[in-house]
Design a protein around this ligand. Structure first.
Ligand SMILES: [Zn+2]
Length: 465
């Protein structure tokens, strides 16, 4: 491997040879070595014209990354034609990234409302574009995008009754969700459906004419936790469906789903082998790179700063729920189960495109894009903050979905209620400057906490459709 002189203020862990080195030479070990070589100059503060702080960490160029995201909300060049079915995702990635950078996205409301109307199907849900069939992934992304721009006009675009019928028709006899009618069934469906049902405060009952109702399932969440349980693999990670390979993005979907169904302190231990999951998640963080990979024997990639990084606040929450009969806590202590410093160094030093182009990226040799910009910034947010779940004693007898407000999330069952508080993480040895902190993000709904709270409050105030 190429050697790079370490700069002052940078621990050798992030510049030296890997502490664990695969001595069996294979194509995989070679690309791993090449990736370490690629990252080390960036981690060693050795890139000309980049502004570093006293810890050898690059500053976050917020204006440049915001401009990059804004460009993706304008007319896109022809090369984006292949992404036509992913337009709701582009809206979500850009709007969420801009909000994490503290930008006002309400000026996009009118355009988004017009576009969203054209993407909604009368039979419920949103397609990737006009005339495209509804899909849970694009519906999830568009609902979050509407929450991000805020305002009643954006909220009222959604036909909740049709959405509820459509979600009912996607529900499978084993409790899982199809991504689209006659489409694939996987753990993304479990997460996207629980997010949509709770954000929109949809009824829990299954529409009586749906196949799930005919199979005897009483409500939309029946069997979901058990489906997620069956997705945990021998490695401890979580796969997209039972008996497949563990993957970081599916792990996040699984934990997000369980965290909505019930308090993480109850649902994780009930349905998962948590120590084994923590072992697998820990194995995703590499040295010297500091960032995460998505699977065993894969390379570090910026987007897993969110998919794997966002699993950690949920795991922490499962280990330290706080009863709040006396009110929400005023501060929080992180369990620091992963190396936050390493992740922050990877994101700020390797994850930014420092050229005029801007945006965030997978790794230095990869071009920036809207997807990575959103998820790298989301990962930065969870590394810079501490999330605490607060367990409350209140229960509801309503048949509406469990839902959250800024401090509490009520459950229809016997599980009490859970809320989320997000605090800045400010260790004595903080390696990033305050100007480089991004906005706090809801650890489950993956949008800033204020937007999530406003959106949920609006629909909780509605009775029926
Ligand atoms: Zn990626």
């Amino acid at each position: 491997m190429a050697s790079v002189a370490p700069a002052a203020g940078i621990p050798s862990l992030y510049t030296a040879d890997p502490p664990i080195w695969d001595l069996l030479e294979t194509p995989t070990s070679h690309v791993q070595d090449n990736t370490v070589d690629e990252c080390r100059p960036f981690l060693s503060a050795d890139i000309p014209d980049v502004q570093y702080n006293a810890h050898g960490v690059a500053h976050l160029d917020k204006p440049k990354h915001a401009a990059f995201l804004r460009k993706h909300l304008e007319k896109l060049p022809g090369a984006y034609m292949t992404a036509d079915a992913s337009r709701p995702w582009i809206f979500y990635w850009c709007l969420n990234g801009l909000r994490l950078l503290d930008q006002d996205v309400s000026p996009f409301r009118e355009k988004l409302v017009d576009t969203a109307r054209s993407m909604q199907n009368e039979s419920g849900g949103f397609g990737g574009g006009f005339g495209q069939r509804s899909h849970l992934a694009t519906t999830y992304a568009l609902v979050l995008a509407l929450a991000l721009v805020g305002g009643d006009e954006a909220r009222e675009v959604i036909d909740r009754r049709a959405m509820w019928k459509w979600l009912s028709s996607l529900k499978q006899a084993d409790g899982a969700f199809q991504m689209s009618l006659d489409g694939e069934v996987d753990v993304r469906g479990a997460y996207c459906a629980t997010v949509i049902v709770t954000l929109l405060n949809l009824p829990m009952d299954v529409w009586h004419e749906s196949p799930a109702a005919k199979a005897g399932l009483p409500d939309l969440f029946t069997g979901l936790a058990d489906y997620v349980r069956r997705c945990q693999t021998y490695e401890g990670g979580i796969s997209g469906k039972p008996d497949a390979e563990a993957h970081g993005a599916y792990a996040f979907c699984a934990l997000g789903c369980l965290a909505i169904l019930e308090s993480p302190s109850q649902s994780f231990t009930k349905h998962l082998d948590v120590p084994r999951l923590m072992s697998w998640l820990s194995s995703r963080q590499y040295a010297p790179e500091g960032g995460f990979s998505g699977r065993t024997n894969k390379l570090v990639d910026g987007c897993y700063s969110h998919w794997v990084g966002a699993c950690w606040p949920l795991i922490e929450a499962s280990l330290q729920s706080i009863p709040v009969e006396t009110g929400p806590p005023e501060s929080a202590t992180s369990l620091d189960l992963y190396d936050r410093e390493g992740l922050i160094r990877y994101i700020l030093c390797c994850g930014q495109d420092q050229s005029r182009r801007g945006g965030m990226r997978d790794k230095p040799s990869r071009p920036s894009d809207a997807y990575h910009t959103c998820y790298v910034l989301s990962g930065l947010s969870s590394a810079q903050h501490v999330s605490v779940s607060t367990l409350m004693a209140t229960k509801t007898s309503s048949r509406q979905a469990p839902a959250a407000d800024i401090i509490s999330q009520d459950f229809g069952g016997d599980s009490g209620a859970i809320g989320w508080e997000v605090f800045p993480h400010c260790p004595e040895d903080q390696v990033f400057d305050e100007q480089d902190r991004v906005s706090p993000i809801d650890p489950v709904y993956t949008i800033p906490i204020r937007e999530r709270a406003d959106f949920i409050s609006y629909f909780r105030a509605k009775s029926g459709f």
